[in-house]
Unconditional design. Structure first.
Length: 336
């Protein structure tokens, strides 16, 4: 081998070696350097997330009203193949309970169960552009693994999360440029000049599916990008925001719904009130481990679901959350 070729080989090997070393340092820092001191100082570990060993990818979470069977929460999730599931959980550390599946005209529903919530009478599940409605009493009484026929209604947007609050169903969409786009009419400028790209439609009580007026939302809320879950409580509104491996964030806003909306939005030719969540009513933000999903209020705490330990993602995630976490609402309202 000539001297010139030897030098070229040394240079190439040096470049490759430097790249491998830099990549190794990056991966060590990335996987071992995740630190969330504020989150862990405020958060409390709750119950184990069910279905992880079966390949379920957790998505939705809601608190259940008191029932004789002792179920405290419901969780929705999907599988890479087969019917999506809704789990009923007793809230113990082990997260004991059962699951059901949904059918639509006798056909198993394999759609992405993005969110779950309930009223005193109905369970609601986000299924793409539709919301499934089931009698809650029937769900609670069902055998483990039972398939229950659901009633569906079109929500007018792609429903990624849902929450029931004060006799109203909130159904919201997820925006991320490139792969999760929303209608351009939903891209609204905020007070500080930034753009909110997603909406939440709010349906009131009525005679339609799930005891709702499904003909049109009664008002809408403009929200930031990458919202996986929403919770409304006295004094505040919280958004769970995440996508992929970066840190999650819990954004906390004043509860603007108690006042009059300053804008309107047109849905099917009808003008409805529009509320805006932006910097003018932002209280604070809590940084959390990656892949936070839906959030739910029970008592004086906010419960946070994660999908980071699902089989789909656990080989890549820096933090793998096997349990639901909770944070006091008072602590969220005190963020700055």
């Amino acid at each position: 081998m000539s001297e010139k070729k030897k030098k070229r080989r040394v240079i190439v090997l040096s470049i490759v070696g430097a790249f491998v070393l830099a990549l190794g340092i990056f991966l060590i820092v990335w996987y071992c350097g995740a630190s969330y001191p504020q989150f862990y100082s405020l958060a409390r570990q709750e119950f184990a997330i069910p279905g992880l060993s079966d390949g379920v990818c957790p998505q939705g979470l809601t608190a259940l009203p008191e029932n004789e069977q002792g179920y405290d929460f419901a969780m929705s999730g999907y599988l890479s193949k087969g019917a999506s599931r809704v789990y009923l959980i007793d809230g113990s550390e082990e997260g004991k309970g059962k699951y059901i599946t949904l059918t639509d005209g006798g056909v198993a529903d394999e759609s992405h169960f993005g969110g779950v919530t309930c009223s005193e009478e109905y369970l609601y599940v986000a299924c793409g552009s539709r919301v499934a409605c089931l009698p809650l009493e029937q769900v609670i009484a069902a055998e483990n693994g039972a398939a229950i026929e659901a009633e569906y209604f079109e929500a007018g947007l792609n429903v990624a999360f849902c929450v029931y609050y004060e006799d109203q169903l909130f159904a919201g969409e997820f925006y991320r440029p490139g792969n999760y786009e929303t209608d351009e009419s939903h891209h609204l400028e905020t007070a500080d000049g930034s753009i909110n790209h997603a909406l939440v439609y709010v349906f009131g009580a009525g005679e339609g599916a799930g005891g709702l007026d499904t003909s049109a939302p009664v008002y809408a809320i403009s929200v930031r990008d990458q919202v996986q879950g929403l919770a409304v409580f006295e004094g505040g509104i919280a958004l769970s925001c995440s996508y992929g491996l970066p840190d999650s964030t819990i954004w906390v806003y004043k509860n603007v719904l108690s006042g009059a909306a300053e804008q309107t939005f047109s849905v099917g030719g009808k003008e409805i009130p529009l509320y805006m969540l932006d910097s003018s009513n932002h209280i604070g933000t809590l940084t959390a481990p990656c892949m936070s999903e839906e959030i739910a209020v029970r008592g004086d705490r906010l419960y946070i679901l994660f999908e980071s330990k699902s089989n789909k993602y656990k080989l890549f995630t820096r933090t793998r959350m096997s349990h639901v976490q909770s944070v006091a609402l008072a602590d969220l309202l005190a963020l700055s």
